[in-house]
Design a protein. Structure first.
Length: 173
């Protein structure tokens, strides 16, 4: 049995995984689909103060409070930003990292600054680099960032597009 944690993007919610969640559970796997504050089914919580740090906290808390370990962590679309940033906190609990049509930021990049080159289509699994548990590189690592060795970063969440759940959109650079 595998434990999956599926992280949604900025234009949907955890409900977007309902079909795949059922299929995985039917095969005997545990599946968690935490919701990110201000998005999807939690859009009623939208506020100017919500940023990537808020979403990383949502994900980290879900994993820690459920006491999950040896997980397959998936980030979809903007969820790639969230899972990459969360590794500094829960990297020792992750056995595999999967990017599904996701942003894979370089160190210090915000979502709007990611180029088409950072959007991996359709699936990317961390493959060439599997650190020992608890050894995911951090910002202070001597080793520079690579696509298979994500680093932690804090960047504001903003979007050049207007969300259907927001009355206004701000952009930060």
């Amino acid at each position: 049995m595998t434990t999956f944690v599926l992280t949604h993007g900025a234009w949907g919610g955890s409900y977007g995984f309902h079909k795949v969640r059922r299929l995985l559970q039917a095969e005997g796997h545990e599946v968690f689909t935490p919701s990110l504050t201000g998005i999807g089914e939690r859009s009623h919580l939208i506020a100017e103060t919500i940023d990537l740090t808020t979403h990383v906290t949502d994900l980290v808390n879900a994993i820690e409070y459920e006491d999950l370990s040896d997980i397959v962590l998936l980030g979809f679309s903007y969820g790639g930003m969230v899972v990459t940033s969360a590794l500094n906190h829960i990297g020792d609990r992750v056995s595999h990292l999967v990017y599904l049509d996701a942003l894979v930021p370089a160190d210090g990049q915000s979502a709007p600054s990611c180029s088409a080159k950072t959007l991996h289509h359709p699936i990317r699994v961390s493959g060439g680099y599997h650190p020992p548990r608890g050894q995911w590189p951090t910002r202070s690592s001597k080793r520079g960032p690579t696509r298979d060795a994500p680093t932690s970063r804090s960047a504001p969440f903003s979007s050049p597009r207007r969300s259907p759940h927001r009355s206004s959109t701000t952009r930060s650079r």
